[in-house]
Structures are given as structure tokens and as C-alpha cells.
Design a protein around this ligand. Structure first.
Ligand code: FES
Length: 561
């Protein structure tokens, strides 16, 4: 194999002043001359931040990566990129995913880096890293921070934040006290790491393995487990091999690799957000993933993983059952096992020795939890561009449901009226929220899990059909249709829905329909309020002028290859 010339040489071998000053700067950091004379420079792109609790341990993980880079003869240089903390950022991290991806891309391209190890964890940090690395197309490996340890409270094993939401419903229903709620708060997040249900962070970390961008085991090893550091050190060695083989993201994340990732997403019963993120990552490489393909693969991919929010267990259990490699091995009859990966081996070689040690957690391929996948793409007169429902986390009796719409014009309207005792609503109604999409939110916040009105909760009802152009957290459960496209603010039919209209959801037929005459819908849309004003300056103006709809990954039009 012909090893390509090192990118970093363009910086350090430059004659005269510039090369001299760059070498002087390396000496100034205490490096010896030998460190930058012919050795590959490996960037460690770190989304560490104390504002992102899920990523707050990534500085120590970076040290583990450095060990591996040094061992393999490279020179590691750690650098920060913005971090997107799900709990702290307003109005939503999704507003800033593309910004972070741009920072990742430009930080890689502007610096003397021959390869990069990407450190992420919290929901949006992982896709932003992969999007930026795909655009930069310099050899890269994804290492995530790992899930938190399982939570325990009063003898019950709990998951963040599936059970935060469940107990919040019970608090609203008056079944637990404020003191109970406070006590629970102290025990929910027991360790470093990201949410330990199969939410967006765990889903994307495991999809890193399926895509071939992460070392085997990346998804499930807990953050607090010593094997997480070992994996990071391994990644530090592996990136050197990727540099030598010129194994770039575009050579790893091919269309067959994305097919593997989509099938894995369905087998996981993973997060709805992963659909948007996979479309965006693929778009950076010039690959299109239509929603119809997600649906087609869903029909022929069994649901294998029994994790909250759809199932019973947590990421720690997934790890002990064999983690990503065991799940991928179960799924291997449907996978392209010849895809290359960052280990230098094929996906099939990576999982050859994997074993499923707990078929209650990872169901066998020939006796799955469900014969088809957890996520379903819908279309119909209410969602001509598509919508998503997580069937595995929904109520079976609502999979075909026709009911009366109770409409909230936006999130503020929802918060103001949902618990109004005079709200005209019954359990069979369909709660509809508008103006929460990529433009309307803005940023498509995770508001899609509309709260059940208190007066309905008091009747013992815990689920209703809820519909919006928002997203939902990967840790959420319930019968919730999200990502309605086009969104309200883009003039989609959702803008035309009025309280009292009939809506029909038929998951078996993949349909979501507004049962109103097309001419009436058209008339109402002509009279609908104008789209929100484009902000006058800054990043939010850039966002409003260029963000694409959910079926195109909510990326910026000018970033798609
Ligand atoms: Fe970071 Fe859940 S808050 S992954």
C-alpha cells in the first residue's frame, strides 16, 4: 500500500518563517523536535464541557486516547470544540448541531492534523462530530463517553430520563409527593456519562459501531467502566492505522454502511432523532437516505433490543449481554458484513467472536421481540413529506386511531392551556401542537411528548395520540407522531388543522391523514399566519435562511455535498 503524504507536513515543512514559527510553537509546548518531524499528528477533537454533564469526563478520556497515539508513534494534540448540553442549552441543542459540525470541520481542515479522534457523548454532540468529520474527510474515529450507570431508587432500577418523565407524570397526577420527587432527583444520575436508556446518545454511539466509525463495544461500555478508557487507548492506536491506510470517513460511511446503521437503528428500537442525524451525516458525503428507505428496512428488520424506553433493561445490561458486537452478530444475516471499519477489519471480522450472553436483553434473530423495526415512517395528507412514530414505545391500541383534534398553536399555548380544567378534551382526542419544527421552534425542540392534561391523568389515562412537527427525546415513550413535514412554519398542512377536525393514524398502512376536504385545507393555508420573521443577524439568521426540513436531516442547504 502507498501511504499518502502526511497532511501535517504542509504546515511544518513550509520553508522560511511560517514553518519555523510552527515548529517553534511545538517546542514551546515542551515537545522535542522529533515529535513533529515525520510523525503523524492526531487531533483529539473534544466536546468536553462542564455545561454538558454527559461529556464532563471527556478530558480524562482524551488522556487515554493520547496513550494509544503515543504508543503507535503518533503525536496527539487535543483541541476543544463547542459542546451541546441537552439539559442546559436554550432553546434546544438541535438549533446548534450544524454550528458545532461546522466548527468541527473547520477546526480539522485549518490545522496540521493527519487524523482525528472525535470525543462526544450527549445527544447532538455525536452527530455533529460525525457530520463535521464527514465534510472534512480526514481519517477519523468516533469514541463516545459511554452511558451512565443504572439508577436505583427505592428498590427500583431506573433509566434517565425515561423514568424522570414517568415519575413526573405521577407527580402531576398526585401519586407521588414533592419530597419523593426531590429524593429521586439525587439518585437519577449516578456517574459520568450520557443517558443510559437507548435514547439518542446511546443510539448514536451504537450506530457508530454499525457505521464502522467506532471501535467494537463503543456503544454500551459504561462511562465508569475501566474498559471505556481501554477502548479510548485502542482508538488512539487505531487512528494511526487509519492514517497509514488513508481510511477516510467517505471510505467507511458508504451507502451499505448506512444501510447497516438503519437496520441497527430498527433492531435497537432506537431514537427517532437518529433518523434526522443519519440523513444529515449521509448528506455530507453526497448520499441520500429517503424516509421510504427507513420504512422499507423497518419492515424487514426485527426488533432485538429490550431496553427502555421501549423495553425493560438499561445500557449497563446491554453491555453485560455483549453490547453492540453481540447485537450486530445477531443481526448479521441482514447486514453488509464486508463493509470496512476503522479497525482496519470488516464489520464481519469485528463481530466474529461476539457472543450474546443474555437473550432477555438482546433477543435472538430467530425469536425477536417483534418481527419488524421500532420506528415507522408515515405519510399522508397531514404529512406529505413524512412523519415518524416510534411504534415500539407506543400503545398498541392507538396504532389505528381516528379522533378529534385538540389544537395548540405553539408551545406557549400548550403550556398555558393544557391543564386548564375547562379545556374541552377527552381521552380519545388527539393532541396537536403546531410551530415546533426546524423553523418554527426554532430548532425543532424536543417538545413532541405533549403532556397529558391533568384532568385526563386523573381518569387513570397515561397515553393519548399526540402529533406535532417537533422532535421527542430518545428517552421518551408514548404514542407520539413527530417530525411532521413540511412543518407549520413552512406552510405544511399542519398549519391548517383546527380543533374539532378529524385525524386518522393507521400505522399498518403508514398513513397520517387530516380528514378535511383538500379545498378547505388549501383555503385555510392561504389564511394561515405568516412564517416567523428571519432574525436580523448572526447565527440565527444563517440558520433561518438555510435550514432544511426534517426529511433532509435539518442540515443547512450549503453544507450538503
Ligand atoms: Fe446528555 Fe441525555 S442529557 S444524553
Amino acid at each position: 500500500m502507498n501511504t499518502p503524504p502526511l497532511r501535517s507536513r504542509e504546515w511544518f515543512d513550509t520553508p522560511e518563517l511560517y514553518g519555523w514559527t510552527r515548529r517553534a510553537a511545538m517546542l514551546g509546548m515542551g515537545m522535542e523536535t522529533s515529535n513533529f518531524e515525520g510523525r503523524p499528528i492526531v487531533g483529539i477533537c473534544n466536546s468536553w464541557s462542564e455545561l454538558t454533564h454527559c461529556n464532563a469526563h471527556l478530558r480524562s478520556l482524551a488522556e487515554a486516547v493520547k496513550q494509544g497515539v503515543w504508543q503507535a508513534g503518533g503525536v496527539p494534540l487535543e483541541f476543544p470544540v463547542m459542546s451541546l448540553g441537552e439539559f442546559n442549552m436554550r432553546p434546544t441543542t438541535m438549533l446548534f448541531r450544524n454550528l458545532m459540525s461546522m466548527e468541527v470541520e473547520e477546526s480539522i481542515l485549518a490545522n496540521p492534523l493527519d487524523g482525528v479522534v472525535l470525543l462526544g457523548g450527549c445527544d447532538k454532540t455525536t452527530p455533529a462530530l460525525l457530520m463535521g468529520a464527514a465534510s472534512a474527510d480526514v481519517p477519523a474515529i468516533l469514541v463516545t463517553g459511554g452511558p451512565q450507570l443504572s439508577a436505583h431508587w427505592r428498590g427500583e432500577t431506573l433509566g434517565s430520563c425515561t423514568d424522570c418523565r414517568r415519575y413526573h407524570v405521577e407527580l402531576r397526577a398526585g401519586n407521588i409527593t414533592e419530597n419523593d420527587w426531590l429524593e429521586l432527583q439525587g439518585g437519577m444520575i449516578r456517574s459520568p456519562g450520557h443517558c443510559m436508556t437507548i435514547g439518542t446518545a446511546s443510539t448514536m454511539a451504537t450506530l457508530g459501531e454499525a457505521l464502522g466509525m467506532s471501535p467494537p463495544g463503543n456503544g454500551a461500555i459504561p462511562a465508569a467502566d475501566s474498559r471505556r478508557s481501554q477502548l479510548a487507548t485502542t482508538a488512539g492506536r487505531l487512528i494511526m492505522n487509519c492514517i497509514e491506510q488513508d481510511l477516510r470517513p467517505s471510505k467507511v460511511m458508504t451507502l451499505p454502511a448506512f444501510e447497516n446503521a438503519i437496520r441497527t437503528l430498527h433492531a435497537l428500537g432506537g431514537s427517532t432523532n437518529a433518523i434526522v442525524h443519519l440523513i444529515a451525516i449521509a448528506g455530507r458525503l453526497g448520499l441520500e437516505l429517503p424516509l421510504s428507505w427507513f420504512d422499507e428496512l423497518s419492515r424487514s428488520t426485527p426488533l432485538l433490543l429490550n431496553l427502555k424506553p421501549s423495553g425493560e433493561f438499561l445500557m449497563e445490561d446491554f453491555c453485560y449481554a455483549g453490547g453492540g458486537p453481540a447485537l450486530l452478530k445477531e443481526l448479521s444475516p441482514l447486514l453488509h458484513c464486508d463493509c470496512p471499519t476503522v479497525t482496519g477489519k470488516t464489520l464481519g471480522e469485528n463481530i466474529a467472536a461476539a457472543r450474546n450472553d443474555n437473550p432477555q436483553v438482546i433477543y435472538p434473530f430467530d425469536s425477536p421481540l417483534a418481527p419488524d423495526g421500532g420506528l415507522v415512517a408515515l405519510t399522508g395528507s397531514l404529512a406529505p413529506g413524512g412523519a415518524i412514530i416510534k411504534r415500539s414505545a407506543a400503545s398498541a391500541e392507538l396504532m389505528h386511531h381516528r379522533g378529534r383534534a385538540v389544537v395548540f398553536e405553539d408551545h406557549q399555548d400548550l403550556l398555558a392551556r393544557i391543564d386548564d380544567p375547562d379545556l374541552d378534551v377527552v381521552a380519545e382526542d388527539i393532541l396537536v401542537m403546531k410551530n415546533a419544527g426546524p423553523l418554527g421552534g426554532p430548532g425543532m425542540p424536543e417538545w413532541g411528548l405533549l403532556p397529558i392534561p391533568k384532568k385526563i391523568l386523573a381518569q387513570g389515562v397515561r397515553d393519548m395520540l399526540r402529533i406535532s412537527d417537533a422532535r421527542i427525546s430518545g428517552t421518551a415513550f408514548g404514542t407520539v407522531v413527530v417530525h411532521i413535514t413540511p412543518e407549520t412554519a413552512a406552510g405544511g398542512p399542519l398549519a391548517a388543522v383546527q380543533t374539532g377536525d378529524q385525524i386518522e393514524l393507521d400505522v399498518s398502512q403508514r398513513r397520517l391523514d387530516l380528514l378535511v376536504e383538500p379545498q378547505v385545507i388549501a383555503d385555510r393555508l392561504r389564511e394561515a399566519p405568516a412564517a416567523p420573521q428571519v432574525p436580523s443577524r448572526g447565527y440565527r439568521r444563517l440558520y433561518a435562511e438555510h435550514v432544511l426540513q426534517a426529511d433532509r436531516g435539518c442540515d443547512f442547504d450549503f453544507l450538503v455535498k
